[in-house]
Design a protein around this ligand. Structure first.
Ligand code: IVH
Length: 671
């Protein structure tokens, strides 16, 4: 039978299914993009119900652009890497009117009478959407700009992202996925009532949602998307950014056409900025600034790029906001290094879209210098991603009940006596077995730049530690033995445990620098870990390196060299490494090995356009091979790499007699 019936007895054929998909997708566009609903909610629900009936009867007919995919269902094992053919750049920042004007002046050195498009800077995460023959085939995160992650399964659940556009063309568009203030508040209310941890702000909530393996979670988070960039305008014969926005809107994309504005000069830009500085709180979503883009795409081309950002656009960032609240209490926490930090526990307040209930007080000297007392009314500031901090005490609001701050003398977790290091303001718990230090260390081991073990939240690690499953790093690799037991724990299913164990297994193949960083050797951050791994190639070479050998490495100073040297003289640390080896954790550097005399220790300057490689790629290669890059030519420059249409840097290099390579020579050196 090629048809079934709905409750009203209508025939439900494949043609009807196709028709319903068209009706619902069109209704979606009218509602979400144009803000002009054409059918009632009840009609929409009826059509959707009929579509579900047909699809359930005939799963073989189901189309990928059916609006029913928005309820989620697709689950992935992990995130595939995606390469952005045109890098996804970020923007330079300006912070006040003077800086906006000097941005305009720099633009005017290259073009006359530039016009600008002003847009709201939505506080979410950027996304690239790829359509083939008019159908959504891929959604990807920005990642590092070159390599992002495939999040198609979650992107498909976002109702403001069309699954099918109005023309059957191939196109990539870029925009911002975000969560509205209303959805953020609703989701946090729900989480609160379930005793779950609250999201700090809408951006974190959105980012956390698209990084879920199971698309049903993202589908419930009510995410949205606004499109603001067309990477390949020339392919569509488009010459102005404002036209690109209009074109994308007509294709069915949700552009911010009501708030975007074409400004004829910088005074109009300043008016736009002033308007939204005042009205940002009236918007249904968080914005953290205004994006200013040169409208003429030919002018954009002339202006070009710096290493990381376009010169034809900038982001004006709103100033950090401050609010007043009561400091209720000061609590001490212990970090991975044993450092004990005082934290202000605050009466919760909303600040820049985040609910703030804690602020760092850094150390004893900080609290004393600001004369902070418990019970004070304090002003709190938060700039961007940074942890909120106490700006000042409102002494005039004191009523005499405030209590003096006293620095802890013993560890709040294990009670050992704290030690203040001579050179630092901080106090440390020096107990090697302090549980707080251990837990923080385990959390660090799994973190993104360390072993990148996914599926562990801080709480799970703490619980596993307290239950005895995890005491030290090698225990991660032993967890599989307790698989059955772990699946019995509340909140875990076989799927989450399997994912966790898979991710642990995968971490064994990480390149050495991740392990070095994960071990938590003092002063060895991810950058120093990479330098050590590149130079020594495997852990045994690092273990046997003398202090002098460590010190001889470029960028490794005395403090780092001593810390690394001491770490590997400690018996417990060596035992730990041996245990990890027994679990087959990789101890070799897997990246490119430096051996290139043309690059090691030299400083490079790039000028002009490179035709076969992006600047960012060239920079990365130079750094991988042991060179440094700089933006200006001086007598310290070793080589200037010259592309097409080089600027004044080329002349300066000629005057100073500096070695010059053209793109071909550079290519032959990196072969
Ligand atoms: S344009 C080359 N426009 O801000 C073009 N970005 O700080 C680059 N953002 O990574 C982006 N709203 O995630 C652009 N209207 C807007 C934006 C916007 C938010 C984000 C985006 C970008 C970051 C740059």
């Amino acid at each position: 039978m090629l048809f079934c019936y709905n409750n009203s007895g209508d025939k439900m054929t494949k043609d009807r299914m196709n028709e319903l998909i068209e009706i619902l997708n069109e209704a979606n566009y009218n509602y979400h993009v144009l803000d002009k609903p054409t059918i009632t909610d009840a009609e929409y629900d009826n059509y959707l119900r009929d579509l579900i009936i047909i699809e359930e009867k005939h799963p073989e007919w189901k189309r990928e652009d059916s609006p029913t995919v928005r309820v989620g269902g697709a689950v992935v094992d992990g995130f595939n890497k995606v390469t952005h053919e045109i890098p996804m750049l970020s923007l330079g920042n300006v912070f006040n009117e003077d800086e906006i004007i000097s941005f305009d002046e720099k633009v005017k050195k290259v073009v006359t009478n530039p016009k600008y498009v002003c847009e709201l800077k939505i506080d979410g995460l950027s996304v690239s959407l790829l359509y083939k023959k008019g159908r959504l085939v891929r959604g990807a995160t920005r990642g590092d700009g070159i390599t992002g992650e495939d999040i198609t399964h979650n992107v498909r659940t976002i109702k403001t992202i069309p699954l099918k556009i109005k023309e059957e063309i191939d196109i990539e568009v870029r925009g911002e996925i975000y969560m509205s203030k209303a959805s953020f508040n609703k989701i946090n209310e729900e989480r609160k009532s379930k005793g779950e941890e609250l999201f700090a702000n809408p951006r974190n909530a959105a980012a956390g949602s698209v990084r879920q393996l199971d698309s049903r979670i993202a589908s419930k988070r009510n995410l949205d998307c606004l499109i603001y960039h067309l990477p390949n305008p020339i392919d569509y014969d488009i010459h102005f950014h404002i036209d690109a926005l209009e074109y994308m809107k007509n294709l069915g994309f949700n552009t911010n056409y009501k708030n975007n504005k074409l400004c004829n000069n910088i005074s109009e830009v300043l008016e736009y900025v002033a308007y939204y500085t005042e009205h940002r709180n009236d918007l249904p979503y968080e914005i953290d600034g205004i994006v200013i883009k040169v409208n003429d795409l030919e002018e954009q081309r002339k202006l070009g790029f710096t290493a990381r950002t376009p010169k034809w656009a900038t982001a004006y960032k709103f100033p950090a906001e401050e609010v007043l609240t009561k400091l209720k209490e000061i609590k001490f926490t212990v970090g991975r290094t044993g450092q004990v930090t005082p934290n202000a526990i605050l009466e919760p307040v909303f600040l820049m879209g985040s609910r703030i209930s804690k602020a760092t007080l850094h150390n004893e000297d900080y609290v004393l210098s600001k004369e902070i007392k418990i019970g004070d009314i304090v002003s709190i500031r938060k700039a961007g991603d940074v942890i909120p901090e106490v700006v000042e005490v409102k002494k005039e609001r004191r009523n005499g009940t405030e209590k003096d701050f006293v620095m802890a003398t013993t560890c709040p977790i294990c009670n050992s006596k704290l030690v203040r290091k001579d050179t630092e303001a901080a106090y440390y718990c020096t107990n090697k077995h302090c549980p707080a230090k251990k837990i923080e260390g385990l959390i660090h081991y799994t973190s993104r730049n360390a072993m990148n073990i996914e599926g562990f939240g801080d709480r799970i690690i703490e619980d596993f530690y307290n239950m005895g499953y995890l005491k030290d790093y090698p225990d991660f690799y032993n967890l599989y033995k307790y698989k059955e037991e772990l699946m019995e724990l509340e909140g875990f299913g076989s799927k989450s445990i399997n994912n966790l164990l898979d991710s642990i297994e995968k971490s064994k193949e990480n390149s050495l620098e991740r392990l070095l960083f994960a071990l938590g050797i003092r002063y060895v951050g991810s950058k120093n870990a990479k330098i050590l791994a590149q130079n020594f190639k495997n852990i045994d070479n690092i273990i046997s390196a003398t202090y002098e050998q460590l010190l001889s490495i470029r960028d490794i100073g005395e403090i780092i060299a001593k810390s690394v040297f001491d770490y590997f003289r400690n018996e417990d640390n060596l035992n730990l490494i041996n245990k990890l080896k027994e679990y087959n954790v990789n101890m070799n550097y897997l990246g490119k090995v430096i051996e290139d005399e043309d690059f090691v220790g030299k400083t490079f300057v790039l000028t002009g356009t490179l035709l076969n490689i992006t600047r960012e790629e060239a920079k990365n290669i130079i750094e991988e091979k042991g060179g440094k890059t700089s933006s200006s030519v001086s007598s310290k420059t070793s080589v200037v790499i010259v592309g097409k249409d080089p600027g004044s840097k080329y002349e300066k290099a000629l005057n100073l007699g500096i070695t010059i390579w053209n793109e071909e020579e550079f290519a032959s050196k990196i072969k």
